[in-house]
Design a binder for this molecule. Structure first.
Ligand code: BGC
Length: 327
């Protein structure tokens, strides 16, 4: 991933402007680079060769076609034969919010690059191209055509709440990292059920939903299941969270995400907000517990040592930079 997001960070309260396609840094997690790219995990193949959540009892294995680093851009010629894959669940869905495939059904017309009110099909990276009746991934080749596990062609929008507090010792003093001499932040982290990776408790923007509502809903669903809280305290806590989420966030990032589900025709974009409780007044006091798509939820120290899902490490680095904290 390298500097994947650093050139896009901290566009606070602005919608991102159109970028030249060749300015979006190349993706790794949704591509088979054809090399043993992480020798600790595989001596012989790219660790991202297998399309996520395939090779199971329900879903036969799907391997991405090789796309070397210098062949990612559409502008580079390449003898390219991507595999086609859309999961059965997506193909057979009758939900109004899941697209029908305009390549196989010519009666299907989709308002590309527009917000059709049911679904926002605009990309944070400007107008995307339509090739063969479907959108083309603005970041380049992924080795798979179709939608994989994603419901929409084009951008699939998500939202990520990054809830932070300072790490404190028994005397309530902020902990300073012994190496960087910077204060240490903690964030609300989940262990994802699907990939078993640590992640921010984000989720997909649902039908007709506003990003600000998704942020709250996902935080509730994935981290707050109130195992032993009485109704009064629970309502009080929910009201506080609502207030902070509606008034106290900093936008950290919006745009393309190097997500393992991306394909040549469907990709993830997210909006990540930071909600920081620097003086232990509200969010910092929450006891989080896993729920919904999270196996567990907990406060975790922010630092470069933790491997995280998709581009989440890049978002957290931006948060550390903003608060002049340890990374
Ligand atoms: C996850 C988000 C993530 C997004 C893009 C969503 O499914 O819940 O946390 O940022 O995908 O990878």
């Amino acid at each position: 991933m390298g500097q994947f997001l650093s050139r896009f960070n901290i566009h606070l309260h602005t919608r991102m402007h159109q970028y030249e396609n060749n300015l979006i840094p190349i993706h790794y997690k949704c591509r088979n680079c054809g090399m043993p790219c992480d020798k600790s995990k595989s001596e012989t193949t790219c660790v991202n060769a297998k399309y996520t959540r395939t090779g199971t009892k329900e879903q036969p294995l799907v391997n991405r076609t090789v796309v070397p680093d210098n062949k990612v851009r559409w502008s580079t010629s390449y003898d390219y034969h991507p595999v086609e894959f859309t999961s059965e669940k997506v193909k057979n869905s009758t939900k109004e919010y899941v697209d029908r495939d305009p390549r196989f059904d010519l009666s299907v017309t989709i308002p590309w690059n527009q917000d059709d009110r049911l679904c926002d099909r605009r990309s944070y990276h400007g107008i995307y191209k339509i090739v063969g009746r479907v959108p083309q991934n603005p970041c380049g080749r992924t080795g798979i055509t179709g939608r994989g596990h994603l419901g929409h062609f084009g951008p699939n929008h998500a939202a990520d709440p990054i809830v932070t507090r300072w790490k404190r010792d028994a005397n309530n003093e902020i902990v300073i990292h012994p190496t960087t001499r910077k204060p240490v932040l903690q964030f609300v982290c989940i262990l994802r059920k699907d990939t078993r990776e640590y992640a921010i408790p984000g989720g997909m923007v649902e039908k007709k939903e506003k990003v600000t509502d998704t942020l709250q809903r996902e935080f509730h669903e994935e981290t707050l299941n109130f195992p032993d809280m009485n109704e009064r305290d629970k309502q009080k806590l929910l009201a506080t969270i609502k207030d902070v989420f509606e008034n106290g966030g900093i936008r950290i990032y919006c745009g393309y995400v190097d997500d393992p589900r991306n394909t040549d025709n469907s990709w993830m974009e997210t909006t990540a907000y930071n909600f920081h409780d620097g003086s232990n007044e509200h969010l910092a006091l929450i006891n989080v517990h896993g729920g919904s798509d999270a196996l567990s939820a907990f406060w975790h120290d922010l630092g470069s040592e933790t491997p995280l899902y998709a581009s989440h490490a890049e978002f957290l680095k931006n948060v550390a930079d903003i608060h002049l904290a340890h990374w």
